[in-house]
Design a protein. Sequence first.
Length: 92
Amino acid sequence: MTSNPEETIKKVVHRELEGEIVSTSGKKTVKVRVDTKKLHSKYRKLFTTSKKYAAHDEKGIAFIGDTVVIQECRPISKTKRFFVKQVVKKAE
């Protein structure tokens, strides 16, 4: 039973979310609001829920009102588990 080390390595798929920056709390931290649509189980109506994620912005490229893509990563701090991957749309 020879095991090839390449076969045992699993590729980790990180979540990517798109949202709008609502605040810049620190030098390298931004708060991103991600809106998702859900269906009510009884009334069968769509409604919008939102959740805020703290994301790491190493280069300081994102500002309030920008639409960004954040990607899941290892824990950077107590609340930060995402980093800013790219800015999709700048605020006007």
